[in-house]
Ligand binder design. Structure first.
Ligand code: KIV
Length: 302
């Protein structure tokens, strides 16, 4: 029989100087990774290394995502559905976004994380004027965001230019834009006809010219997003239901962990099915996006 050494006493959270609730990892293994910055994201895009993004809304999940190697954390207004139980993102306020952005930012700092933090400007906080957009963006940047995201094309071009000129990095969002779900008539694929795809492409080019350095493409046909990804030289496309050929991918955390009691959207893969921990599921997501095995166009795209 192999002799066993006496078990090490396990220190409790307070002896470690930690907190009893949701103790964060003492230091992210990613701490040795250089902080993710905008030039690094664009350099990844140029090299063809896939960019990984997940949503997170609180300190602990953000720290775990960072430790799993996720490069970009989106404090998405999808928190309206997954945290607040709303039917859409329309009811999310700027104060809600500030609260969750500050929570994520604190979690990342406590865990010595390195992720790039993107916060959604919620409905009603930027549509009125570019000045209103700047005021709202300032609230989120001061809460710890590195970049803000806003939805829509055409009228948003001027707003993006105004923000970027004033030092606020911007991620645009085209295709299915959930804040306008009532105008779109539901959560459906956008840019399916030639004319709709042409408008989407024109808007994407205008947003890039205005200075947007990232562009979320949600529920856009895979061939349209592949073409845009090639065409946009200074803007990294991030797909969700937009096929495998975007510069990066994003999923809503609760969806990819299978914590979704409703119908799972076609573009989601439940990474918990083959994982023994939440961090393991996130690591599997990072690996699958990086090696191109997720998403699969035949399964997850249109
Ligand atoms: O709010 C959100 O989580 C998003 C993603 C779905 C891209 O905008």
């Amino acid at each position: 029989m192999v002799p066993t050494s006496p078990a090490e006493p396990v220190p409790n959270a307070s002896e470690l100087g930690g907190t009893p609730y949701g103790t964060l990892p003492p230091a992210s293994p990613m701490a040795s990774r250089k902080p993710i910055s905008l030039p690094r994201i664009l350099e990844m895009r140029s090299r063809g290394e896939k960019i990984t993004m997940l949503t997170a809304y609180d300190a602990t999940f953000a720290a775990v995502a960072d430790a799993a190697g996720v490069e970009c954390i989106l404090i998405g207004d999808s928190l309206g559905m997954v945290c607040q139980g709303l039917h859409s993102t329309v009811g999310v306020s700027l104060e809600d976004m500030r609260y969750h952005t500050a929570s994520v930012s604190r979690g990342i700092r406590r865990a010595q994380g390195t992720a790039w933090l993107i916060a959604d400007l919620p409905f009603g906080s930027y549509q009125e004027s570019k000045e209103q957009a700047f005021r709202s963006a300032s609230v989120l940047m001061q809460a710890g965001a590195h970049m803000i995201k806003l939805e829509g094309g055409g009228w948003t071009t001027e707003v993006v230019h105004f923000l970027v000129e004033r030092g606020i990095p911007v991620c645009a969002h085209l295709g299915l834009t959930p804040q306008t779900v009532h105008a779109l008539g539901g959560y459906r694929v956008q840019g399916r006809t030639g004319a709709a795809a042409d408008i989407l492409k024109q808007q994407a080019h205008a947003l890039e010219d205005a200075g947007a350095s990232m562009l979320v493409l949600e529920m856009v046909p895979a061939d349209v997003s592949a073409e845009l990804t090639q065409a946009l030289q200074h803007c990294a496309t991030i797909g969700i239901g937009a096929g495998k050929d975007t510069a990066g991918q994003v999923l809503v955390l609760h969806d990819m962990l299978g914590v979704n009691l409703g119908k799972m959207p076609k573009f989601v893969r439940n990474f918990m099915l083959d994982a023994s921990s939440i961090r393991g599921a996130m690591e599997a997501y990072v690996a699958a996006v990086k090696d191109g095995s997720f998403p699969v166009n035949a399964l997850h795209a249109w």
